[in-house]
Design a protein around this ligand. Structure first.
Ligand code: COA
Length: 138
């Protein structure tokens, strides 16, 4: 049984563990997500994945991070998190993803995002270009 709900302080340890297991994702200190729109996907009392996003300006928002624990991948948790977020926004949604992260790029394309541009040297540790992706919600 899958539930999407707002992320809470007691979820932070599980969010941090998912980040550690997801080297392709951003790695913020988990508590830094709390001021933003933080959602978790919960399955049998475990946090299976999370999405963090913020409003940049009216009609523009940004996905800060999205990751699903490896053992829960390809079961629709990422899609459920993203659909939950997209249902509530209007306008443009942007995100950056590592160029080598083909799994995530395919996931975002399957959700209706398109690849907008490439930012050289965007990431460090390890250094890599970012692909900027955009979704438009009417
Ligand atoms: C990207 C990620 C969040 C996707 O989450 P998920 O729960 O596995 O994705 P879903 O099961 O909801 O997949 C939805 C659709 O996305 C596409 N998709 C997802 N993973 C894919 C993969 N590895 N390869 C190709 N397409 C993929 C498919 O179309 C899939 O539908 P299908 O399973 O019916 O074919 C997950 O792979 C992940 O946590 N990766 C590590 C963290 C990361 O890189 N985050 C991105 C940071 S920018």
């Amino acid at each position: 049984m899958l539930e999407i709900r707002p992320g809470q302080p007691h979820d932070l340890a599980e969010i941090a563990a998912i980040q550690t297991a997801s080297p392709g994702a951003a790695a913020w200190p988990a508590a830094d997500y709390l001021p933003y729109d933080l959602r978790v996907a919960v399955c049998e009392n475990r946090v299976a994945g999370f999405l963090a996003a913020r409003t940049v300006a009216e009609g523009e928002s940004e996905i800060l991070n999205l990751a699903v624990a490896p053992e829960f991948r390809r079961q629709g948790f990422g899609r459920a998190l993203m659909e939950s977020f997209l249902r509530g926004v209007r306008g443009a949604v942007f995100l950056e993803v590592r160029r080598s992260n083909s799994d995530a790029r395919e996931f975002y394309k399957s959700m209706g995002f398109h690849e907008l541009t490439l930012r050289q040297d965007y990431y460090s540790q390890p250094p890599e270009a970012a692909i900027v992706m955009k979704f438009h919600s009417c």
